[in-house]
Design a protein around this ligand. Structure first.
Ligand SMILES: NC(=O)C1=CN([C@@H]2O[C@H](COP(=O)(O)OP(=O)(O)OC[C@H]3O[C@@H](n4cnc5c(N)ncnc54)[C@H](OP(=O)(O)O)[C@@H]3O)[C@@H](O)[C@H]2O)C=CC1
Ligand SMILES: CC(=O)[C@@H](O)[C@H](O)COP(=O)(O)O
Ligand SMILES: [Mn+2]
Length: 382
């Protein structure tokens, strides 16, 4: 039996991960962590009987205890609780919490030599160098869950690092792929939450709509695969069937294709290097018919440009970009700012937080906090 901890178990990735585990019979769930959805968490605890359970705050802890009065489990709370779940002895930690909150549990996982199955891209964006250093020092490993990076991980199994010419990350283009710029000023929350191909949590769905998601994924790919930014390209592919590709020096392109179903990358990250049979629907290319590709539009999607610039700038810039974006997306979801204000808030914050090379996670968390406070000020201006 392999032991697994799932952080963000009540979210879209966490729920699908438990579904994957229900058909693999060699894994024991030892830790579950979530935020405030205690009803769903209680159901998961009843079924998987983890030894430790994390929740966001004291109110959630009390509510969970009331729902499970006789359950033998340690309940841990807040960001410290998340770290405790990641640090609890296990072979694999699936980090599927949303946002920069994923940094400390990622460090706790790789720092004890366990496998980090990584959905939480924000931790690599904000603290990629530190997490990779901790992973190398402790002999840990990271296997991506993000669909594009899972695809690239598979594509790169067919060549040596020095044979790679470039990585091509595919992007659906989101719900506004073909909208003219003036119409994008009228975007509602409902419009932006209507992703064409994927059913995901709200924050990543808005990131897909602004294409910030793809920018974050470029930075994620840079860290995961050690490839410089000038060798990472983005290509819009509205069908989300080709999940990404690696181009080799001889002109060969190796792509990974599958249905748009996150259960596959989740299972891959858990069972790697083995592949297990999967019971869900498979890709039928004849019924898909045609696949389309086009260049991204950096003018209508300035978040993509901002993220790629922040990645190239390095240092604290990606952390600042990510923190400002988290605040701006939250404000858009609360209808405090319009859609097109998201990149404006991010750009304004990036211009004001000085860029340095972080020496420690404390430097990263300090810049994250500073960027959030500034972003709140810009949000308050509307
Ligand atoms: N969804 C997808 O298909 C993909 C997601 N990802 C990445 O995976 C991550 C998760 O995404 P997704 O599942 O869509 O997000 P969701 O919003 O669906 O889920 C987020 C999870 O984080 C938990 N959470 C929120 N606040 C806290 C907190 N304070 N302490 C502990 N846990 C907390 C939530 O708990 P609760 O609900 O109980 O409050 C929930 O379990 C993101 O980084 C995203 O970018 C990457 C590729 C694809
Ligand atoms: C499923 C997944 O990995 C998401 O990150 C997805 O790729 C988002 O789609 P976009 O290509 O629209 O950003
Ligand atoms: Mn993705």
């Amino acid at each position: 039996m392999k032991r697994i901890a799932i952080l963000g178990s009540t979210g879209t990735i966490g729920v699908q991960a438990l579904e994957v585990l229900s058909h693999l019979d060699t894994y024991e769930v030892v830790a579950l962590a979530a935020g405030r959805n205690v009803e769903r968490l209680a159901e998961q605890v009843r079924r998987y009987r983890p030894q430790v359970v994390g929740v966001a705050d004291e109110a959630a802890r009390r509510a969970l205890r009331e729902l499970l009065p006789g359950e033998r489990m340690d309940i841990v709370v807040g960001d410290e609780g998340l770290v405790a779940c990641a640090a609890y002895p296990s072979d694999i930690v699936l980090n599927a919490v949303v946002g920069a909150r994923g940094i400390l549990p990622a460090l706790a996982t790789v720092g004890r030599g366990a496998r980090l199955a990584l959905a939480n891209k924000e931790c690599l964006v904000a603290a990629g160098d530190l997490i990779l250093r901790a992973m190398r020092d402790a002999g840990g490993e990271m296997v991506p869950v993000d669909s594009e990076h899972c695809a690239l991980h598979q594509c790169l199994r067919s060549g040596q690092p020095e044979e790679v010419l470039r990585l091509v990350l595919t992007a659906s283009g989101g719900p506004f792929r073909s909208w003219p710029k003036d119409r994008m000023a009228e975007v509602t929350v409902r419009d932006a939450l209507r992703h064409p191909n994927w059913n995901m949590g709200q924050k990543i769905t808005i990131d897909s709509a602004t294409m910030m998601n793809k920018g974050l994924e470029v930075i994620e790919a840079h860290h995961l695969f050690g490839v410089p930014y000038d060798k990472i390209a983005v290509l819009v592919h509205p069908e989300s069937i080709v999940h990404s590709m690696a181009e080799f020096v001889d002109g060969s392109m190796v792509a990974q294709l599958a249905t748009a179903d996150m259960r596959l990358p989740i299972q891959y990250a858990i069972t790697y290097p083995e592949r297990s049979p999967a019971p869900w629907p498979r890709l039928n290319l004849a019924s898909v018919g045609a696949l389309h590709f086009e260049e991204p539009d950096f003018d209508r999607f300035p978040c993509l440009r901002l993220a790629m610039e922040a990645g190239r700038a390095g240092g604290l810039a990606p952390c600042v970009l990510n923190a400002a974006n988290e605040v701006a997306v939250e404000a858009f979801l609360r209808e405090q700012i319009p859609f097109l204000r998201i990149p404006e808030v991010v750009e304004a914050v990036l211009e004001r937080v000085p860029n340095e090379v972080p020496q420690s996670v404390e430097d990263v968390l300090r810049a994250d906090g500073q960027a959030r406070r500034l972003a709140e000020l810009y949000v308050a201006k509307g």
